[in-house]
Design a protein around this ligand. Sequence first.
Ligand code: SF4
Length: 285
Amino acid sequence: MNDPTRAKVEAWLRYYRDIGVKDFYRDRASRIVTEMLATPGNQTASGRIGLSLEEPMKPLSQPALSRVAVQPLSAPALPILQSASLFDAADRVEGDTLESIRADIGDCTRCRLHKARTNIVFGVGNPKAELVFVGEGPGHDEDIQGIPFVGRAGKLLTQMIEAMGLRREDVYICNVVKCRPPENRLPERDEIATCSPFLMRQLGVIAPKVIVCLGACAAQTLLATNAGISKFRGQWFDFHGSKLMATYHPAYLLRNPPAKGEVWNDLKKVLTLLGREVPKRAAQR
Ligand code: SF4
């Protein structure tokens, strides 16, 4: 193996290690290579297969989605995205901690979102939280402070949490991507694919009773679907031992205050599932 090839292989292995994939099995690769060699047109003049380690690194397609065994409890079937199963091994890595995940992220440059960020916004809150909120990505204020949900939408989320009779310190709050997308655009599919394995590891370590996805991006990522959020908002799904529900993002509520009632109904279901009383004052809102 020449030096450039070795460097590329090492870069791939570092990436897989950082997202929690520790093991590679030769027999599966051998079978694939054997099948490829047996397929007409896959061999080059030199007899090598037509794929090469010399190819540039590409973002993986939908890795995080692949490891989600989603069972809707009472929801209609969602159109599930097709994806490979590379990330099954990243589920609940033995001995994993939030600190080790943050250390693996390091000063990350794995996707283009690193170029304009000020701070990586990893996540904040109780590492043993029963309830985790997942948004799509940091905005301007979050990027500056390195803390998720601290801008206008974040203040509304804090109010929602307090209306539930909880404090921000009681829950855990994080995002699908850890760096701010420029101009607050939606994260792109390859950016989500590169960053979301770290979210999966965070959820695996915290192992909350309930995950609330704030907005379509988080919900579609964790549920591996491209269905619109209105199709499944407020419904329960099984997600690796947790219960998962999607509701509207607080930024959407700032633009559409009447939707607050629907979100509050969703949060009441969350409180019920957690075995907590719905606070009287909030219940009358
Ligand atoms: Fe790395 Fe995630 Fe930031 Fe992309 S968004 S640079 S993968 S931490």
